[in-house]
Design a protein around this ligand. Structure first.
Ligand code: ADP
Length: 277
């Protein structure tokens, strides 16, 4: 018998362990956590859970009542792209959109920070994924001192209100912070430099951000604490092991889609026994 400390946590316990609260400390989250899972079994489970997410997506689409927005944040080489590929792979592409938010254009910068965001929120029946998001405006903007502190600090409240609006009006918001260790980021960035097929992903600026590691961690921690609400919860996802990361994200998506509880709309009347000639 495995001793209790090594018994796998059940799905609810895993999600509870990852969920961010107002006193969450990132230092208490282990990027290498496995929750007692075995790698091969976790990969098998991931496929099953991803198929369940896919079935729920079909219902979400058919019901056409609510939408789901998945926000992904993390450091460079944190696995945002890989998460999107793995977790969205089994979904019907017609019902999914992915949008990456880079350095704002002049036009975007001429508006408030949420202006460019709202337009990409999903329509009813759809799932939208944000690869980076409005959170950059309290993360990179803070660390690089791009706007004065009173301005970015006020944004926590703007973000809470914005996400509550989305939820009230039909969009469930679920947010993931991909938590990768400094050593794992070093490995992945080095791989990008060394592998000719990966090199296109590498920017020298990634190294400048890495130097400010502690500042970013502090900014993430505060942003997560300030904006993890019932309407739009954050999850800290252990990011060093891809198979753990993928399963945690799939479990959370399944949970929130189940909360929505989409059902196929009723069929038209009098079609029982109808034969197509
Ligand atoms: P990625 O690094 O995610 O592959 P990009 O190469 O497009 O994608 O880089 C996105 C860059 O844009 C990141 O360095 C990020 O910090 C920056 N960025 C995103 N949003 C903002 C913002 N609101 N203000 C300043 N910089 C931003």
């Amino acid at each position: 018998m495995p001793d209790h400390a090594h018994e796998p946590l059940d799905d609810r316990e895993v999600l509870a362990a990852c969920r961010v609260h107002s006193d969450t400390a990132l230092a208490d989250h282990d990027p290498r956590a496995t929750f007692g899972w075995d790698k091969d079994a976790a990969k098998d489970r991931f496929r099953i859970v991803a198929d369940e997410v896919s079935e729920l997506q079909k219902r979400l689409f058919a019901a056409d009542e609510r939408a789901l927005l998945m926000v992904l944040q993390g450091i460079d080489a944190g696995g945002k792209g890989g998460t999107i590929r793995s977790v969205m792979n089994r979904l019907n592409p017609a019902g999914v959109s992915v949008h990456g938010f880079g350095v704002p254009s002049d036009e975007e910068r001429a508006h408030d920070f949420l202006w460019r965001i709202h337009d990409h929120a999903p329509e009813r029946g759809k799932i939208a994924v944000f690869d980076r998001s409005h959170y950059e405006d309290v993360l990179v903007v803070r660390v690089k001192d791009l706007v004065p502190e009173p301005v970015w600090r006020k944004r926590y409240e703007h973000i809470r209100n914005f996400e509550e609006l989305l939820d009230d009006e039909g969009t469930t918001v679920v947010k993931f912070f991909l938590d990768v260790s400094k050593e794992k980021q070093r490995e992945r960035l080095q791989d990008r430099i060394d592998d000719p097929d990966e090199r296109w992903k590498f920017r020298k600026g990634d190294l400048d951000d890495r130097v400010m590691w502690d500042d970013y961690q502090a900014a993430f921690q505060e942003a997560l604490r300030e904006t993890s609400t019932d309407a739009a919860p954050w999850y800290v996802v252990p990011g060093d092991r891809k198979w753990v990361r993928n399963l945690v994200v799939a479990l959370a998506l399944r949970h929130h889609l189940e909360q929505i509880g989409p059902e196929y709309p009723p069929a038209e009347e009098d079609i029982d026994g109808l034969v197509v000639e």
